[in-house]
Design a protein around this ligand. Structure first.
Ligand code: G1P
Length: 290
């Protein structure tokens, strides 16, 4: 059965971005001129997943408003004849059918994914983490969905990272590479460098079999005292095939402040309207810096 549903966990407190995230969810911070989460919903829709469930915590209102119609604003823009801005406003509510569920206690990423169980039901589904933005020109999710359709089971996106930064990520032990596809034989959340089985980090894209829900229900708190999706997926390996797709395309990390700034500059530099003036200003400004 073709995958149709995407789950986007968005219940984190976003403490790395305080005070910006005191009253605004981290996912609503603009990356150039779009909230980070809109990129992710667009990515899901591009891959054919137009049923999107956002797992929220506090501050759910601005997320809901963003993907809803904004009738007053639309009428004002229409009366002014500002069609371009009207289209931007309307676009956000037309990308996908967006549903919401509350996580309740923030007990970790695995716990957030488990909150999606009633909505997802007994079918495979995708999970997209909002801190990782994938360039629209590099079809990672499409590749993963095609692999899952062919092989069944689950598919996890991986990327090569310098060995000394593997402890920031889930890490995969793999075998049998065929091009960029590997068989995952083990997963460990944020291992010490010395214990890491490889330099393949889990990137925030998963296509999961619904079997994971049963495993999540019995997964004990792991790294950081949280219920980790990585730990449930380790259990999945014992019962079903779990493949990895090693992604070598463009990824933008918005998870911490420095990476976020880099993502904004990179994505703005690529834009037709903003890129040329931004780059020419940067070229003038940088040599003047100490
Ligand atoms: C989460 C996952 C981790 C994964 C990472 C990708 O960690 O737990 O396995 O490698 O996302 O971005 P977080 O960044 O939420 O700490």
């Amino acid at each position: 059965m073709a995958v149709t549903k995407a789950v986007i966990p968005a219940a984190g407190l976003g403490t790395r971005f305080l005070p910006a995230t005191k009253a605004t969810p981290k996912e609503m911070l603009p990356v150039v001129d779009k909230p980070a989460i809109q990129y992710v919903v667009e990515e899901a829709a591009r891959a054919g997943l137009d049923d999107v469930l956002i797992v929220t915590g506090r501050n759910k209102k601005s997320l809901e408003d963003h993907f809803d119609r904004a009738v007053e604003l639309e009428e004002t823009l229409a009366a002014k004849g500002d069609r371009d801005k009207l289209a931007l406003v309307q676009q956000a509510s037309a990308i996908a059918t967006v549903h919401y569920v509350r996580q309740g206690d923030p007990k970790g990423l695995g716990h957030a994914v488990l909150a999606a169980a009633p909505h997802v039901g007994d079918q495979a589904f995708a999970v997209l983490l909002g801190d990782d933005l994938i360039d629209a020109r590099d079809p990672l999710l499409e590749t993963m969905l095609a692999l899952q359709e062919r092989e069944g089971g689950s598919v996890i996106a991986l990327m090569e990272v310098p060995k000394d930064s593997i402890s920031l990520y889930g890490c995969a032990a793999v075998e049998g590479a065929e091009g960029d596809v590997v068989r995952i034989t083990g997963l460990v959340e944020k291992p010490a460098v010395a214990d890491a089985p490889s330099n393949l980090a889990v990137l925030g894209r998963y296509v999961l079999s619904p079997t994971v829900f049963g495993l999540l229900r019995t997964t004990a708190p792991g790294h950081g005292g949280e219920i980790q999706i990585t730990d449930a997926l380790q259990g999945l390996i014992d019962v079903e095939p779990v493949h990895g797709v090693v992604f070598r395309g463009r990824r933008y990390d918005t998870g911490d402040r420095l990476d976020y700034l880099k993502a904004v500059v990179q994505l703005a530099a690529d834009r037709e309207d903003l890129g040329p003036p931004l780059l020419s200003w940067l070229r003038e400004w940088l040599p003047e810096q100490p």
